[in-house]
Design a binder for this molecule. Sequence first.
Ligand code: NAD
Ligand code: USQ
Length: 400
Amino acid sequence: MKILVLGGDGYLGWPTALHLSALGHHVTVVDNLVRREYDAEMGVDSLVPIAPLEERVARWDDVSRRRIDVRIGNLTDAAFTYAVVAECAPDAIVHFGEQRSAPYSMIDREHAVYTQVNNVVGTLNLMYAIAEINPDIHLVKLGTMGEYGYPDIDIEEGFIEITHKGRTDVLPYPKQPGSFYHLSKVHDSANIMFACRVWGLRSTDLNQGIVYGQSTPESDLDPVLATRFDYDGVFGTVLNRFCVQAVMGHPLTVYGAGGQTRGMLNIRDTLACVTLALETPAAPGEFRVFNQFTESFSVREMAQMVKRVSSKPVQIAEGLHNPRVEHEEHYFHAANTKLLDLGLEPHLLTDEVIAGMLELVERHKDRVDVDAIAPTVQWRASASTLKTANASSDASFLVV
Ligand code: NAD
Ligand code: USQ
């Protein structure tokens, strides 16, 4: 297949591009490199050094004798997005190309607006480009398990059968996301579902859980092919952060009560799930949703696992203030059978996997900036932030 990997310079996009190329697909990476700019903005860096995109691609050519093409540009620029889709003529597009940090989206009005415009407009441009250039292209879109929130009933894969006043229908599963970032994914899902219904597009929405790890078969072939690994308070995700904290002798930052339970998956399973979705495309007009995670753990359980596996003494922070507004103890039981039915063989979170992550951190620990570990973004907006945002109106009712 000819496949566009949007966001192909990022944590997940790059190893996915390598994997698809290794499988013999013709891959074009599309990215505006903005993720590297967020690092500069936040004053942080990946734990693992990452090579410039052109160097990555050249080394992949050397190592594998396979070419990955690159197009640098912004998906919110419609002319660019149309040109890429028209000139590359893909069979499928994997869309990773969004701002993906919940804390980043909650910094202030500017970052919330940026996140939603970047994500929603980029995806809208893409949908229009597909519809006008070739509606047969299969759009594989990265969504998130956080679209669902934490209802007190089981979470289904995208849709739920509801009986109401004697009538029954299968309806989109209710969404209660926890940040402006997660909300942008909800908006994307609604837009794509509409385009499938109205224009006959074909799409798979992968509601992915939290990814951990950094090692994939292709990115391990050469240090220049390595993907990033974030541990800072804004872009670092929970298990990757706990591993860095354990190695650095920093108390593991369990926010609040620690009963927050999330669907998790190994980075190798991201590659496998995307490949499975590509190999068995959605039908024309079909909007299908796969819940892409393999196991679920509470934050507390993850901290305890890391503490148990670490060869160094590890302290778990007690009663740390939670910078987010979220349920800290809740019911969580989510379906995830569709990818298993397609043949997914999960890489589970064993002690060996955690030991491998700790070893990775140990190798790069000289690069860790301990000051970047603390969470810096609060979900509860301050009165001054809200007043600034509403400077032209009487915002007194917004003071919290
Ligand atoms: P990432 O930030 O490392 O990569 C995203 C890439 O998209 C970056 O290289 C960035 O430069 C690019 N990008 C962003 N906006 C763009 C635009 N307007 N035009 C062109 N390129 C743009 O993120 P990631 O962790 O690799 O996540 C990839 C996708 O998977 C995201 O959509 C994210 O929401 C989703 N996801 C990630 C996780 C996780 O744990 N990392 C979990 C669930 C879902
Ligand atoms: N948490 C801690 N301590 C930390 C960091 C996080 O207790 O040091 C808690 C958070 O409060 C939250 C949970 O761990 O309850 C997950 O936080 P996270 O930062 O690991 O993940 P999240 O913000 O949900 O976002 C990440 C990715 C995002 C993706 C999402 C999948 O950044 O792109 O969409 O995971 S999901 O969570 O399933 O929606």
